[in-house]
Design a protein around this ligand. Structure first.
Ligand code: FAD
Length: 323
């Protein structure tokens, strides 16, 4: 018979983030034939409902209120809890993004439920829904099942394939009016860092630089390669500490966790704290002058050489492939 599963669609700058569609796909598995209901929260967001439906949600509930124009933990939790009270779902799936990491424990405590965070896979096995999640900074995986209560999980971006978009899918998009009160934080202004291009945590290709890039200008060839591949630029903490780039690019234990299809590490030694943020990438290419560098232990392809020679050569070759 299945269960009803809610999926929070995450909106950034007026568009749904990809992880929302991946969450719909995960929710379809969790629903086991039941209904998948998208939830959108914001000021005026119902127009995005059809997109969630084209990716597999049966219907969408938009909670609209001008106090929800920006994410706040109080506002979003009131909005989402109102939908949960109304819909009484058997499952809830949210992206494991900065927003999801902030919101989900709050919701779990209000529901007095468990929470499986950072799941990279969900499957039906032996009559159970089994979630797989990395532990010990990605060195091992554990499998979890929910034995009672709501099945609540956050999913890591870029790991669960979304369903094919089908604009012919139809469904109801309704609005729910919620009285938002007692907001303890008010966002007056959002000042975004001027990071160009693709969102690092959702990028399919990441070109990362370490202390080996030697300067801020040293990142230029990496930016060019990333742009040819339609990817994003990342960095080691070594490069951030040396002021070659902004900390928002840092990948690792104390930075972002990424799982792109292709990760190209340039001038990065491969410290354990860096590996924690990228070792689950699907294909890893390492470029390093030192043949003994630790990064080669996790690399699928290793290039021993000077990144300032190798990276421009790669860029030229990829440009030829694109023509
Ligand atoms: P290095 O270790 O100095 O390596 C530079 C590499 O570049 C060398 O292997 C060298 O052979 C190579 N190289 C130099 N010139 C060239 C060239 N021209 N061409 C090719 N290769 C070249 N680090 C992270 O990255 N992310 C984290 O989240 C993180 N969190 C941390 C948390 C804690 C609590 C601690 C203690 C540390 C953390 N670190 C983190 C730091 C980590 O331990 C390393 O110090 C850091 O990752 C090293 O950065 P790096 O590889 O760029 O620099």
């Amino acid at each position: 018979m299945g269960r009803k599963v809610l999926v929070l669609g995450e909106i950034r700058e007026g568009s749904l983030r990809n992880v929302s569609f991946e969450a719909v796909a995960a929710a379809r598995t969790v629903a086991e034939g039941g209904e998948v209901v998208g939830v959108l929260i914001g000021d005026s967001v119902s127009a995005l409902g059809q997109e969630l439906i084209s990716y597999g949600a049966e219907r969408v509930i938009a909670v609209e209120n001008e106090k929800l124009a920006q994410y706040t933990p109080d506002g979003y939790s009131q909005a989402l809890m109102s939908v949960i009270k109304e819909e009484k779902p058997g499952g809830l799936i949210i992206g494991h993004t900065a927003l999801g990491k902030d919101l989900s424990p709050k919701i779990a405590s209000k529901l007095n439920s468990g929470l499986i965070s950072d799941a990279v896979q969900v499957e039906e096995a032996g009559g159970n829904l089994v979630f797989t999640r990395p532990i010990y900074s990605g060195k091992a995986f554990e499998k979890k099942i929910v034995s009672e209560g709501i099945i609540f999980a956050t999913i890591r971006p870029n790991n669960i394939a979304s369903l094919e978009k089908d604009e012919n899918r139809t469904g109801d998009v309704s609005t729910l009016s919620v009285d938002i009160k007692d907001l303890r934080t008010v966002i007056k202004e959002v000042v975004r860092k001027a990071t160009e291009g693709v969102d690092l945590s959702e990028a399919k290709v990441v070109v990362s630089g370490g202390r080996g890039v030697r300067s801020e200008e040293g990142f230029e060839p990496l930016k060019e390669l990333a742009s040819v591949l339609g990817g994003a630029v990342g960095a080691s903490r070594g490069a951030c500490d040396a002021d070659y780039c902004d900390y928002s690019l840092q990948i690792g234990q104390t930075g972002k966790v990424v799982t792109p299809d292709l990760y190209i590490a340039c001038g990065i030694s491969g410290a354990i704290q860096h590996l924690a943020g990228m070792s689950n990438s699907k294909v890893i290419v390492a470029i390093n002058k030192d043949p003994e560098a630790n990064i080669f232990k996790v690399a699928d392809y290793g290039i021993v050489g000077d990144l300032f020679e190798v990276v421009p050569m790669l860029t030229e070759e990829f440009k030829k492939l694109k023509v």
